[in-house]
Write a protein that binds this ligand. Structure first.
Ligand SMILES: Cc1cc2nc3c(=O)[nH]c(=O)nc-3n(C[C@H](O)[C@H](O)[C@H](O)COP(=O)(O)OP(=O)(O)OC[C@H]3O[C@@H](n4cnc5c(N)ncnc54)[C@H](O)[C@@H]3O)c2cc1C
Length: 629
């Protein structure tokens, strides 16, 4: 856990870094260029998921086997001359001792290709030496992907001093980054708000909109360019759970604005447009009281540790620029309880035997207008809504010796040839791994399973000759990690007994849906299973809607911290029922209303239960839908 008491000491008026939108710097013969700050990232994607552990986001060549377009940028050097070059990278399949190093790429300096091929060795992030380059006072850098198979570049370092050894990680690397990029200086003033919401999944987005409509000044901080979390076009899970039930038929009105009713063709891992990123962004942007900070990750906080939050620090995922967001109340809707962990909130986490992580994927026919598909991107202004014309072109796919070897093993979709079995929710890994610190490994195992399955189908079975991998999420869809503890910890037994609560606040309608490795497909993959099963039958049903209590939505020890979504105060078992997205969104609505009462009565979230429950119920009766304003 990283508390940021140290930041309090740093908040004296230090000069702000002049990053001009680019995380790069030159000091004393060292020039550090963060890959995510490249002016043109080409076909590489910015991956911030592991930045709390790597120290910064990276660029990922997520090309599904087709090399992605070059990323380029121009760098200024303090002096022309010869520099030693290092690239921070890794061989992403090395943790499995797999052969082949699929993530290979090159670096060009002013059009000259360095001899070294990067990404070929080392399970851990490290500086791979790349020889030397002679530059003028400016030079163009080009990252050139060789494979399309998930090559990754964190940063590039140019060094004049022959004796300098760059630190591969830990505090020494953080210190170097801090010094060269200004990340160790005081963050800029990002403003003071009534409610600061961290995490723009459906829970956080619904909370921010609700609170803004009820008159609070709200900051919504989201580490991706889109809202919706697992329900966005980046992860592509369709939101389930029922809304708008008696006795509070308006709980769910904001969710209904964010997510249209499920129709034909809606589901998981479909085309990007059905997840309606634009709809969510437009709704958030329509609220005058709401400040939206996209591509900002909260990775530090100021707090009286274990008691009270003063501010969160949000770092821009491309420029590295840091902002201090102060607020009276905070909501942790990160799914991972990130804010709670930073400020010392009590939490629980199932270490082993928890639900895993999925990277959904799909396949499709080769299309005549294939080049347009290469443009498929996360830009909500340009979702993939074009019509494609099927072609009879064959789509060869290379052997992938570094992937999960499925040549002679079963997996869903192999026996019956069903394409619909590929890439669904049950392609899931990491049941016994740490849900937060092992995330890169879990995501990568999902990708290895996908590539292994497609290799087996195409090259061993000779199936689907005109099909290709069409889309795969590089953002891991997460189900379970930290659960922050509130005044009530909702349990599975509460669902079975339908235990009534005086502060019943959000209706649960999904069965107790827990996941575990599916025995049929586990043989030979023990410890790295990648197909899941789910709990079903009488022991996992209850008669919904079951109204869960408000007291599961605020921290029991941090007096101004709310939570909503999958990191609320529930046991592992109860999480199975509350975690579906429309239910999470309704938690957000309740938090938005409770925050409004905190503001009105100048009180903390607990006092809303103790002293203002009737008023909360009145707000719940009215709802916060657009027409209720
Ligand atoms: C593969 C899969 C299938 C599923 N199937 C279904 C289904 O069919 N229907 C259904 O309703 N639910 C399903 N679920 C469960 C559901 O998706 C989650 O429980 C739900 O998304 C939780 O919502 P949330 O808002 O709490 O979290 P999330 O959706 O995880 O959103 C949290 C957001 O916070 C952001 N964030 C995290 N940390 C930070 C930080 N430090 N700073 C800033 N931003 C941060 C994340 O990028 C993310 O966008 C599924 C889950 C998975 C993974």
């Amino acid at each position: 856990m990283r508390t940021a008491a140290w930041l309090l000491g740093l908040l004296a008026a230090l000069p702000l870094p002049d990053l001009a939108g680019q995380a790069r710097s030159a000091t004393a013969g060292l020039v550090l260029v963060e890959a995510e700050s490249f002016a043109d990232t080409g076909g590489w994607v910015v991956d911030q998921q592991f930045m709390d552990f790597m120290g910064s986001p990276m660029l990922l060549a997520h090309g599904l086997g087709i090399p992605v377009k070059d990323a380029t940028t121009v760098v200024t050097f303090p002096a022309a001359g010869e520099y030693r070059v290092f690239v921070r990278t890794r061989d992403w399949v090395a943790p499995w001792n797999a052969p082949g190093a699929p993530g290979r790429f090159k670096l060009h300096v002013d059009g000259v290709e360095l001899k070294t091929t990067f990404g070929i060795a080392g399970a851990e992030w490290h500086w791979q030496a790349g020889g030397s380059a002679t530059v003028d006072t400016t030079a163009q850098l080009t990252l050139h992907d060789l494979t399309g198979f998930e090559g990754r570049c964190d940063a590039i370092l140019f060094v004049r001093d022959a004796a300098f050894v760059p630190p591969d990680g830990g505090d020494a690397l953080a210190e170097l980054r801090g010094r060269l990029l200004g990340w160790d200086r005081a963050p800029a003033d990002g403003g003071t708000f009534d409610l600061a919401v961290t995490g723009g999944g459906i829970a956080g987005t619904a909370a921010a909109i609700t609170a803004a409509r009820l008159g609070l000044r709200v900051a919504l901080i989201q580490d991706r360019p889109v809202l919706g979390g697992n329900g966005s076009s980046e992860v592509r899970v369709w939101p389930e759970g029922h809304t708008n039930h008696e006795p509070y038929p308006h709980i769910g009105d904001v969710v209904r604005e964010l997510v249209r009713k499920k129709g034909r063709g809606d589901g998981n891992a479909r085309n990007a447009d059905i997840y309606e990123d634009r709809r969510k962004l437009d709704l958030a942007r329509a609220e005058a009281n709401l400040t939206l900070l996209l591509e900002h990750r909260v990775n530090a906080a100021e707090a009286e540790n274990g008691k009270h939050v003063h501010a969160v620090i949000a770092q821009h995922t491309r420029s590295g620029r840091r902002q201090r967001i102060a607020a009276r109340w905070f909501l942790d809707s990160t799914g991972d309880g990130v804010v709670g962990a930073l400020v010392g909130a009590d939490f629980d986490m199932t270490g082993k035997g928890h639900m895993g992580v999925s990277n959904l994927w799909n396949v499709g026919n080769v299309e005549k207008n294939e080049y347009q598909l290469r443009c498929e991107c996360e830009d909500p202004d340009d979702p993939l809504s074009l019509n494609f014309v099927t072609s009879n072109e064959p789509a060869p796919f290379p052997r992938c010796p570094w992937a999960v070897d499925l040549s002679d093993k079963p997996f869903p979709g192999r026996k019956n040839g069903s394409l619909g079995q590929l890439g669904g929710w049950f392609w899931e890994t990491g049941f016994d791994r740490h849900p937060i610190t092992d995330l890169e490994r879990m995501r990568d195992q999902n990708l290895r399973a996908m590539y292994g399955a497609w290799d087996a189908l195409k090259n061993v079975d000779g199936r689907h000759p005109n099909h290709r991998l069409k889309w795969a999420a590089f953002i891991a869809g997460k189900r379970e990690s930290r659960r922050l503890l509130g005044d009530v910890i909702l349990t599975g037994d509460d669902f079975h007994a339908m235990k009534p609560f005086p502060d019943a606040a959000f209706p649960c309608t999904w069965h107790i849906d827990l996941h575990f490795p599916r025995a049929e497909f586990a043989k030979g993959h023990e410890g790295d299973e990648f197909i899941s099963d789910y709990t079903r039958g009488k022991g996992y049903k209850y008669k919904g809607p079951y109204w869960a209590p408000y007291r599961a939505l605020y921290s029991r020890n941090i007096d101004n911290l709310f939570m909503a979504g999958r990191d609320i105060s529930v046991t592992h078992e109860a999480l199975g029922a509350v975690r579906v997205m429309q239910t999470c969104g309704m938690m957000g609505e309740i938090v938005g209303m409770a925050a409004a009462l905190c503001m009105k009565h100048d009180c903390n979230p607990r006092a809303v239960y103790e002293d203002h429950l009737d008023e909360l119920k009145q707000l719940m009766q009215r709802g916060a839908g657009g027409s209720a304003k």
